[in-house]
Design a protein around this ligand. Structure first.
Ligand SMILES: Nc1nc2c(ncn2[C@@H]2O[C@H](COP(=O)(O)OP(=O)(O)OP(=O)(O)O)[C@@H](O)[C@H]2O)c(=O)[nH]1
Ligand SMILES: [Mg+2]
Length: 476
């Protein structure tokens, strides 16, 4: 089962290139179980050949690269080739001479209109190379012009052309201080279009990735490349093959009720049939696990640990601490496991505090555990009903996937994909700032000259305000 990735604009291409590098590294060099390794390669790469006796597969990414200026995509082609690990297919590259000038309308209505058929044809060729297509991954930033505008157009076209395949967007959120003056308009317009055409939107906030670099990895001068390493790590942890824990669509337990402790498979007794083993944990299953309701598509991802190489040998981390920290990160919407507010505790087991309103309420969560001693982990911490909204009770679930073998340099690591209120605050801020600009008609002419009307803006505001309200209502 394979995934075709479309990477758009500077951000989409830079993160995409880093992601494929990470996926290759994890599939080929890390300690994935043998039966998982081939599944990982088939999922993301087209295998050209095996190289001599080294057994290192020659792989081409199942990707289409799109940008309206050629520099970034050509850098991506060169970086991949230089890595000696994988390549991009040069026939799957769409590049023009001039970018979309940070203008969603130019990207969506002008550039997108001109290039959509060519891009769809490139995607079709990639799809034909897959034995079985599982899903599409569309990588873009919401703040620029190409990723946001052309990306929204491509997402809609994919929805029409491939209605039966899952469509997952990775939407990179700008720093709130903002490098692009109209980033709030672009973000608003992108998110409103993705909301109606995507199956799930993983929001990666640059600010949060930056915090991981500064607080956990103690970096001083943080570049986009540093941030992309963290983004790729986080995404790979959920996209690489894993196996379903059969008991793990945990029924949410009553507050204080008995929590069932799921049994994790033992590495010595796991099934050897890779196809069966990994067929239920594909990227399309991220959507089925955490997007149980069509109105709720905003996903956040948090992962731990992130430890400096120099301190790794002295770090002794165990499942119980990792899971407890990850749960608190989720509840408090903290990107890091330091400096968290531990008084936020909806279960009330700490006696003095019951503050359900302050917690980040979830609709559904997917926990991915990678590493050793999986049988010693207890993911039931994530299945308490108080973590979940009362308003959509049937949808509230926690699924758990796992994979033996270390991920990255860590013997144990865990990631949670959360459909929760976590993305509401950045969306609310974008909507508020965009509305302030819109009320004073600031920069509107830049959009109307490409055919975007005031009514188009208004329907985006209405759509996003509804999304914000739906998520806020999860607390009621
Ligand atoms: N994480 C991350 N963010 C990036 C990267 N490159 C750009 N961004 C962010 O993306 C936003 C700008 O969007 P770009 O991707 O540069 O724009 P584009 O899609 O190429 O669109 P145009 O240049 O207008 O044609 C800003 O918020 C940047 O912070 C990157 O490599 N990594
Ligand atoms: Mg650009």
């Amino acid at each position: 089962m394979s995934v075709v990735t479309v990477q758009l604009g500077q951000c989409g291409n830079q993160i995409g290139t880093q992601l494929f590098s990470k996926l290759y590294q994890e599939s080929v060099y890390q300690s994935l179980p043998t039966h998982c390794r081939q599944a990982a390669i088939d999922r993301f790469f087209y295998q050209l050949s095996r190289q001599g006796s080294s057994e290192e597969p020659q792989c081409q990414a199942r990707a289409v690269l799109v940008d309206m200026e050629s520099k970034v995509v050509h850098n991506s082609l060169a970086d991949a080739a230089r890595s000696g690990r994988f390549t991009f297919d040069e026939k799957s590259v769409y590049a023009e001479k001039k970018g979309s000038g940070n203008n969603w309308a130019y990207g969506y209505l002008r550039q997108g209109q001109l290039c959509i058929e060519t891009i769809l044809e490139m995607i079709r060729r990639q799809v034909e190379r897959c034995d079985h297509l599982d899903s599409f991954l569309v990588l873009l930033s919401v703040a620029g012009g190409t990723g946001s505008g052309v990306g929204a157009r491509v997402t809609e076209a994919l929805r029409d052309r491939y209605p039966n395949n899952a469509l997952l967007n990775i939407a990179v959120w700008p720093y709130s201080s903002g490098e692009v003056i109209v980033q709030d308009y672009n973000s608003l317009l992108t998110m409103s279009h993705l909301q109606s055409s995507s199956d799930g939107i993983i929001v990666l906030q640059n600010e949060q990735l930056h915090t991981i670099c500064s607080k956990l990895l103690h970096m001083k001068k943080i570049t986009l490349a540093d941030i992309n390493v963290i983004a790729a790590h986080t995404l790979a942890s959920i996209l690489l093959p894993a196996q379903l824990l059969p008991e793990s669509s945990c029924d949410v337990t009553a507050p204080g009720g008995n929590r069932t402790r799921p049994t994790l498979p033992n590495p010595d007794t796991v099934m050897r049939d890779d196809r069966l083993l990994y067929s239920s944990c594909r990227p399309s299953n991220i959507v089925t696990s955490v997007c149980p309701h069509p109105l709720y598509k905003l996903l956040s991802v948090k992962s731990i640990p992130h430890i400096l190489d120099s301190t790794l040998p002295y770090s002794n981390y165990i499942w119980s601490i990792l899971l407890k920290d990850l749960r608190q990160m989720m509840l408090t919407d903290s990107p890091v496991d330091t400096g968290m507010d531990w008084t936020v505790d909806p279960v009330g087991t700490r006696g003095h505090c019951r503050l359900p309103c302050r917690t980040n309420k979830s609709l559904a969560n997917l926990l991915v555990l990678r590493g050793n001693e999986l049988d010693k982990s207890d993911p039931s911490l994530f299945s308490d009903s108080l973590l979940y909204s009362n308003s959509v009770p049937s949808a509230c679930t926690c699924s758990v996937w796992c994979c033996h073998g270390s991920f990255s340099k860590y013997e144990k690591s865990c990631t949670v994909v959360s459909n929760s209120q976590s993305s509401v605050s950045p969306l609310d801020q974008v909507c508020g700032r965009a509305w302030n600009m819109f009320s004073s008609r600031a920069y509107i002419h830049q959009y109307s000259k490409f055919g975007l009307t005031q009514e188009d803006f208004m329907s985006s505001f209405v759509a996003i305000e509804q999304v914000i309200k739906d998520y806020k209502d999860l607390s009621s």
